[in-house]
Design a binder for this molecule. Structure first.
Ligand SMILES: Cc1ncc(C[n+]2csc(CCOP(=O)(O)OP(=O)(O)O)c2C)c(N)n1
Ligand SMILES: [Mg+2]
Length: 679
C-alpha cells in the first residue's frame, strides 16, 4: 500500500479502535475525513510539531468536535510535542484511553488538554464562529505589526465543519461577517456527507449551501469525492490563490467510509461500529484484523518527512526573521511577546480616572465608556465592539487612531458585529485565543442570545470582557422584553465567569482594574442605562471591588440590620439606612459588586463584611432572588423582582414593583423582628 494510503488508513483505524475500546464515540466522520486531514496537515498547514505554540502557526479548528478522534489520531501520528515537556502531546496510551477520566483525548476536544487543540469544540457552530475571530486577529496583528519589508504575522485558519455547523444560526452569522470582512485567510472545509443524527439531511436541510456562501461573499469549491487527494490538493490551492474572500470547500464524503454495512448511514455517526463491523472494515482496508491500534512501519517517518520537516524549516526561518524584526522594531516585538504570553502592557492602569462625588452622577454605562477609553490608550491590543449598540453600550473607542475594523482597515480596534450576538461572543473567544484582549457588548437581556459562546469563554478560561448594559427595570420604557430579571442569576450560575454589577463610577473603574488583571477567566460588566449618584468616598468606604464586597456605609455602634445591595439599588439601601437611623435603627450598607470574588475571600474577611452575629439582613437587587439566600440566612429578606417587568418610566417601575427605600425599611423591620427571641 502506498505510504499515503497507509497513513490515511492508520488515521481511520486508530479512530475506529479508540471508539470501540471506549465503547462510545463517533467513528464515522474521522473515517471519512482521514484523507483531508492527511493532506491538510502533511502538506499544507504551517505548523511545527515540535513547537505547537509557535505564535504565527496556522490554526486548525475541528468545529465538529464529535469527530475528535480525527484530531487525536493526527496529533499522535504527526508527533505533536508538548511545548514544555517535549513529550508527545497525545501518546498511543492516551488514545487507548479515549473518553476516560484523565485522558487528554476527551470525548470532544478540550483546550489545554493537549498541544494542538486550538479550542474547545462540541457545541456545533462554536468552532466556525471562533475561527472568524482567529482570522480577524491574524489580520489585525498583521495590519498593526507587519512592516512593508517584513511580513511575518498573518496566519491562515482552517476549519473542518459538519452539517450541524452549517445549519446552526451562529455558523451563518459568522460566515456573513467573514464574507463581509473578506477574510481570505479563512478556509472552512464542510463535510457534506448528507447525514446527521436522525438520518438523511433531506429530513430538514435542502438549501444549496455553496450558493448561500457565494451570496455571503465566499469563494466556494466542491470536491466530489473525499478520497480524491488530487481534488483536495486543488481545492486547497484554490484557497491559497484566493485573495479577496474566505473559502468554503464543500467536501462530498461518505460517513463511515469502508464499513461494508454502516458506510453512508447515520448509524456510523455516534456509536462504535461493533467488533464484527470493525473487522469487516479492516478487511476492506486490507488491514490486520487482530491488531487494534496497529501502527504500520513508515507512517510516522512519512509524516516527519512532511509536516515535521516543513514545519521545522518554516518555524526556524520565522525565528530568524523575527530576530531581525526585533532589532529593527524592538518596541513592537516586545508588545507582540506580551500578546503571545497573555500579559498586560506596562502602565496599563495609568490614567484610570477617580470620579468626584456627584449627586446627579453618571450611568455606569457612561463611566464604563470613559474608563474603557482611558484604558485603551495604554493597552494597544484591547479591542472590541458591539452588536450594533455602541451608542447605547458606550463601548466605542473614540481616539481616531483606534479606527474601525473593516476589509480596508484590518488594524481597526472598533469592531462592528452587526446584530449578531451569538457570533460576536464566539469571535471574541477566537480573538482572545490569539492573544488579543477582546470585549464585546450588547444589552444585558441579550446575554441569552450569546450564552453558548459565553459558556465556551468560561470553559476555556478566556479573559473576554462582556460589557452588558441596560441591566434592569431601570432601563424603563422599553418594557419587559428588554428588562433583565433572571439574567443576573443566570450569569452568576456560570462557573469561572466573574459578574460585576458596580454601584457607581468609582466601582466601575475598580471593576475594570480588577477584571483586567484576571487573565484566566471571562468577566461581565452589568451596567445601568440610568444615572447613579457618584458616592463620596470620604464619607463612604473606598470601592473595594477586588474583594467582591465591602462595607460601604457603617453605622454608630453595633448594627441592628445589614442592607446588602448591588448596582443601582445601592442608592436605595443608603436612603433606607437614613430612614432607619431616623427611627433609631442602626443599619450597615454592604456593596457587593462581584459575588464570585467575595466568595473567594478568606472566612475572616467574609465574616467581617457579613458578620454571622447579625442575622437581620436585607438584600436589594432589581432582579430575582435566586442565589441571595446564601448571604441572607434564614431571617433574611429580599427586595427585588419576582416576575417580568413592565413598560413605563424607570421611576414609576421602581415604585410599582416596590423596590424603594420604604420597602427596604419595612423589610429591615421584618428581618429584625425575625431575629428576636419569641416571648
Ligand atoms: C449545538 C449542538 N446541538 C446539538 C448537538 C448534538 N449533535 C452532535 S453531532 C450532531 C449532528 C450530527 O450531524 P453532522 O453535524 O452532520 O455531523 P456528522 O454526523 O455528519 O459528522 C448533533 C445534533 C451538538 N453537539 N451541538
Ligand atoms: Mg453530516
Amino acid at each position: 500500500m502506498p505510504l499515503e494510503q497507509l497513513t490515511i488508513n492508520t488515521i481511520r483505524t486508530l479512530s475506529m479502535d479508540a471508539v470501540q475500546a471506549a465503547n462510545s464515540g463517533h467513528p464515522g466522520t474521522p473515517m471519512a475525513l482521514a484523507p483531508l486531514a492527511y493532506v491538510l496537515w502533511n502538506e499544507q498547514l504551517r505548523f511545527d510539531p515540535a513547537r505547537p505554540d509557535w505564535p504565527t502557526r496556522d490554526r486548525f479548528v475541528l468545529s465538529c468536535g464529535h469527530a475528535s478522534m480525527l484530531l487525536y489520531s493526527v496529533l499522535h501520528l504527526a508527533g505533536i510535542k508538548d511545548p514544555e515537556s517535549g513529550s508527545p502531546a497525545i501518546s498511543l496510551d492516551d488514545i487507548r484511553s479515549f473518553r476516560q477520566l484523565d485522558s487528554p483525548c476527551a470525548g470532544h476536544p478540550e483546550l489545554g488538554e493537549a498541544a494542538g487543540i486550538e479550542m474547545t469544540t462540541g457545541p456545533l457552530g462554536q468552532g466556525v464562529g471562533s475561527s472568524v475571530g482567529m482570522a480577524m486577529a491574524a489580520k489585525w496583528i498583521a495590519a498593526r505589526y507587519d512592516r512593508p519589508d517584513q511580513q511575518l504575522f498573518g496566519n491562515d485558519v482552517y476549519v473542518v465543519c459538519s452539517d450541524g455547523d452549517i445549519m446552526e444560526g451562529i455558523g451563518c452569522e459568522a460566515a456573513s461577517l467573514a464574507g463581509h470582512f473578506k477574510l481570505d485567510n479563512l478556509c472552512w472545509i464542510y463535510d457534506d456527507n448528507r447525514i446527521t443524527i436522525e438520518g438523511d439531511t433531506e429530513l430538514a436541510f435542502s438549501e444549496d449551501v455553496a450558493a448561500r456562501f457565494q451570496s455571503l461573499g465566499w469563494h466556494t469549491v466542491t470536491v466530489d469525492d473525499a478520497n480524491d487527494l488530487a481534488a483536495i490538493r486543488a481545492a486547497l490551492a484554490s484557497f491559497r490563490e484566493t485573495s479577496d474572500r474566505p473559502t468554503l470547500i464543500v467536501l462530498r464524503s461518505v460517513i463511515g467510509f469502508g464499513s461494508p454495512n454502516k458506510a453512508g448511514s447515520h448509524s456510523a455517526h455516534g456509536a462504535p461500529l461493533g467488533e464484527d463491523e470493525v473487522a469487516l472494515t479492516k478487511q476492506a482496508y486490507d488491514w490486520p484484523v487482530d491488531e487494534p491500534f496497529h501502527l504500520p512501519e513508515g507512517v510516522v517517518e512519512h509524516l516527519q518527512a512532511g509536516i515535521g520537516q516543513r514545519g521545522a524549516e518554516l518555524s526556524s526561518q520565522w525565528d530568524e526573521q523575527f530576530a531581525e524584526y526585533t532589532e529593527q522594531s524592538p518596541l513592537q516585538a516586545a508588545e507582540l511577546r506580551q500578546i503571545w504570553q497573555g500579559e498586560l502592557p506596562d502602565n496599563w492602569q495609568s490614567g484610570v480616572p477617580d470620579f468626584e462625588a456627584d449627586e446627579k452622577g453618571l450611568a455606569t454605562r457612561v463611566s464604563s465608556g470613559q474608563v474603557l477609553n482611558q484604558l485603551a490608550e495604554h493597552y494597544p491590543w484591547l479591542l472590541g465592539g458591539s452588536a450594533d449598540l455602541a451608542p447605547s453600550t458606550m463601548t466605542l473607542l473614540e481616539d481616531d487612531a483606534a479606527g474601525h475594523f473593516s476589509a480596508d482597515n484590518y488594524g481597526g480596534r472598533n469592531l462592528h458585529f452587526g446584530i449578531r450576538e451569538h457570533a460576536m461572543g464566539a469571535i471574541a473567544n477566537g480573538m482572545s485565543l490569539a492573544g488579543l484582549r477582546a470585549y464585546c457588548a450588547t444589552f444585558f437581556i441579550f446575554t441569552d442570545y450569546l450564552r453558548p459562546s459565553l459558556r465556551l469563554s468560561s470553559i476555556m478560561r478566556q479573559p473576554v470582557i462582556y460589557v452588558m448594559t441596560h441591566d434592569s427595570i431601570g432601563l424603563g420604557e422599553d418594557g419587559p422584553t428588554h428588562q433583565p430579571v433572571a439574567q443576573l442569576a443566570a450569569c452568576r450560575a456560570m462557573p469561572n465567569l466573574l459578574v460585576f454589577r458596580p454601584a457607581d463610577a468609582n466601582e466601575v473603574a475598580a471593576s475594570y482594574r480588577s477584571l483586567l488583571e484576571i487573565c484566566d477567566r471571562p468577566s461581565m460588566l452589568v451596567l445601568t442605562r440610568q444615572n447613579l449618584p457618584t458616592l463620596c468616598r470620604t464619607t463612604y468606604g473606598a470601592a473595594d471591588v477586588a474583594r467582591g464586597a465591602y462595607l460601604l456605609s457603617d453605622c454608630e455602634g453595633q448594627p441592628d440590620v445589614l442592607l446588602i445591595g448591588t448596582g443601582s439599588e445601592i442608592s436605595i439601601c443608603l436612603e433606607a439606612q437614613r430612614q432607619l437611623a431616623a427611627e433609631g435603627v442602626r443599619a450597615q450598607v454592604v456593596s457587593m459588586p462581584c459575588w464570585e470574588l467575595f466568595d473567594e475571600q478568606d472566612q475572616a474577611y467574609r465574616e467581617q463584611v457579613i458578620p454571622p452575629g447579625i442575622t437581620a439582613r436585607v438584600a436589594v437587587e432589581a432582579g430575582i432572588r435566586q442565589g441571595w439566600d446564601r448571604y441572607l440566612g434564614s431571617n433574611g429578606q429580599f427586595v427585588g423582582m419576582t416576575g417580568f417587568g413592565a413598560s413605563a418610566p424607570a421611576g414609576t417601575l421602581y415604585e410599582h414593583f416596590g423596590i424603594t427605600a420604604e420597602k427596604v425599611v419595612a423589610a429591615a423591620e421584618v428581618a429584625i423582628a425575625a431575629g428576636r427571641p419569641s416571648s
